[in-house]
Design a protein around this ligand. Structure first.
Ligand code: GMT
Length: 373
């Protein structure tokens, strides 16, 4: 198949899922055309089956805000025509599914179906903003197929957006050959002394990730045992996190590493992953950690209970409850056998439910169904 994929090309989970999907589809013989304003971050190598088409923006002084939705629709149309695309697959409804809707209409009578994958904040935050709600609902209703990345998100989409059409769940996935336990992948000595435990947080540092809770949990853990915290990623709440760390005189123990490309290597340094988010529709980073045999300690919110089994491959704790999160983290860190057992269970869970091999087939079947309709 010849597939156009549009996503945010940044470090957010939806962009990562879309990029990994494109790479996997290309490895299975499909031609994949990414259409976005920049090259998606996880594309590191050129390949004959992976193509990138930049959305050019006209910067005319009249435009206070350049009309990206229209520029994207135009580029989708051009690429579909020039590369004979079979379909478009857009990740994150706003504004991508609106652009796809326009491109489909512009190309008529030629047929260009589009699939929309909902990732979370496009429904829970942005889609619920009254100003965006009608157009989000419209573009979802108009899509040729719609998928959500968890049962939770499917339910919320039906309830809160009052969407009538079928939405099917295709869960997020991880490349279990890339994200795997690998001795030596991470140079642990660079970050911690042998007697220190390593905690990792990895996100886009948006308020929803609750960076202050990460620092609070670590502060409580550090009072009990020698430990280091690796803060991977960047975003608006990095500043408050750094300020808290300075105030608590923890600068030797908390390392802000910024955006990193080889996160699988860094995850291999971790004894525990902290994910105290306010809401997560799936929590891709918890799955990536689990595939590396690292147990996550997460909030019991959104789609996370569909990924993490409480007390088996990690722990689920009420959001904001930093005391319990610290206690659960210490339970793992002070009991090496429990840590090993949970890590093994986490890896097993990733292997049995969420490896790319099986999930990509679900997308392929969906594309075939859409094309045969
Ligand atoms: O979490 C974010 O801020 C980024 C956001 C995105 O759209 O890139 O993540 C959402 O999609 C991820 C991939 O499907 C999910 O793993 C995240 O749980 C989801 N984030 C939220 O629901 C807050």
């Amino acid at each position: 198949m010849r597939i156009g994929i549009t996503c945010y090309p940044t470090y957010g989970g939806s962009g990562v899922v879309a990029t990994e999907l494109g790479l996997e589809l290309a490895a299975r013989g499909h031609d994949v055309h990414f259409i976005s304003y920049a090259m998606p971050v996880r594309i590191t190598e050129a390949s004959e089956r992976i193509h990138f088409h930049e959305v050019e923006m006209v910067n005319y002084p009249l435009f206070d805000h350049p009309p990206y939705t229209l520029a994207l629709a135009t580029q989708m149309c051009n690429v579909a025509r020039n590369e004979s695309l079979d379909l478009l697959h857009v990740h994150y409804a706003i504004p991508h599914s609106v652009s796809a809707y326009l491109a489909r209409a512009m190309l008529r009578p030629h047929r260009l179906p589009f699939v929309t994958t909902l990732h979370g904040t496009d429904i829970t935050l942005v889609g619920m903003d009254r100003s965006y709600l009608p157009i989000t609902r419209f573009s979802i209703e108009e899509s040729d197929a719609v998928t959500a990345i968890s049962e939770y998100l499917k339910r919320i989409t039906a309830e809160q957006l009052e969407v009538q059409r079928p939405v099917e769940v295709i869960p997020n996935f991880v490349n279990c050959d890339v994200f795997r336990p690998a001795d030596g992948a991470c140079r642990r000595d660079d970050f911690a002394k042998p007697e220190e435990k390593v905690l990792v947080h990895l996100s886009n540092f948006r308020p929803v990730k609750r960076i202050p809770d990460v620092i609070d949990v670590f502060t409580l853990v550090r009072k009990e045992i020698p430990a280091k915290l690796l803060m991977i990623g960047d975003g608006p709440d990095r500043t408050i996190g750094e300020w808290m760390v300075r105030e608590r005189k923890l600068t030797q123990d908390v390392l802000f590493l910024g955006k990193q490309s080889q996160v699988q290597d860094l995850l291999n340094c971790a004894d525990v992953l902290l994910l105290p988010s306010e809401i997560e529709s799936f929590g891709l980073v918890a799955l990536e950690a689990m595939a590396c045999a690292v147990p996550p300690v997460c909030s019991r919110v959104g789609g996370l209970p569909e990924v993490v089994r409480d007390g088996v491959d990690g722990f689920l704790v009420q959001p904001h409850d930093v005391q319990t999160m610290a206690a659960r983290t210490l339970e793992i860190l002070t009991n090496p056998e429990r840590r090993e057992e949970m890590g093994r269970a986490a890896r097993q869970r990733a292997l049995s439910q969420f490896c790319s091999g099986s999930i990509i087939q679900l997308y392929e079947k969906l594309y075939e169904r859409v094309l045969s309709q």
